[in-house]
Design a protein around this ligand. Structure first.
Ligand code: BG6
Ligand code: MG
Length: 225
């Protein structure tokens, strides 16, 4: 099996906007007097804004109407977008540039597959607005990860069959989405101990891409703790 395309998750894989999501949700929760911490935040990786809010509201002591929820999601997004204003190409996570260049040299197609509706803004701010061969994001899909929709759409836009795609993810919801799309998946960061992933590494910098491509996908699962 040959890997012909790599589909990158965005937040937490290419850029550390996952930290900004955490800070923005923490501000919202503090303002509402709702308990929230980093552990709860880890459950929000990869899933949509409204689904994230529903998880946060499990700790709330009062009920919120749909319009109040919509206002809270908008408030969180305002906090988040304020944090995004300081993003620049310097915020690319370690070794992203090298990996992108290496994949380009190998003739591998590249896409972004993200649940975020802010993806276009983020990609522009980090200087990758026109870099990828395709993007699929929260603006294009009806169901967010773990549904495979965003990855299937990215592969369709690349014109590459699922079985030739490698997804890189930091969220367990994203690992599941890739498996549901019948793609290979490299789990990093918070998802690195997800045994469903075909490949696992602490971060992108420690993922052995030479080995991955030498094996053209026939790479065995291994722990890199
Ligand atoms: C994903 C993040 O990339 O995008 C989630 O991992 C986030 O934490 C989701 O909830 C939606 O993001 P946005 O920018 O549309 O609120
Ligand atoms: Mg992510």
């Amino acid at each position: 099996m040959e890997i012909k395309a790599v589909i990158f998750d965005l937040d937490g894989v290419i850029v550390s906007t996952d930290e900004f999501h955490y800070q923005a949700w923490q501000s919202l929760a503090d303002g509402e007097g709702i308990y929230f911490d980093r552990k709860i935040n880890d459950n929000l990786r990869g899933i949509s804004r409204m689904e994230s809010l529903e998880i946060i509201l499990r700790k709330a002591t009062k009920k919120y109407s749909d319009s109040q929820k919509a206002e809270m999601a908008a408030r969180k997004n305002n906090y988040y977008c304020k944090l995004l204003e300081k993003l620049s190409p310097a915020d690319l996570l370690p070794s992203v540039t090298n990996i992108l260049n290496d994949l380009r040299t190998r003739g591998i197609k590249m896409a972004v597959g993200s649940s975020s509706k802010n993806s276009p803004v983020i990609l522009n701010r980090i200087g990758l607005g026109t870099y990828f061969d395709a993007t699929a994001d929260g603006n294009d899909i009806k169901k967010s990860k773990p549904d495979p929709e965003v990855f299937l759409l990215a592969a369709e836009r690349l014109k590459i069959a699922s079985r030739h795609c490698l997804v890189i993810e930091d969220a367990t919801a994203g690992v599941e989405a890739a498996i549901n799309a019948k793609m290979y998946v490299l789990a990093i960061g918070q998802a690195k101990s997800d045994m469903r992933a075909h490949l696992r590494a602490n971060d992108l910098a420690s993922a052995d891409f030479v080995e991955i491509f030498k094996n053209h996908g026939e790479y065995q699962c291994q722990n890199q703790d």
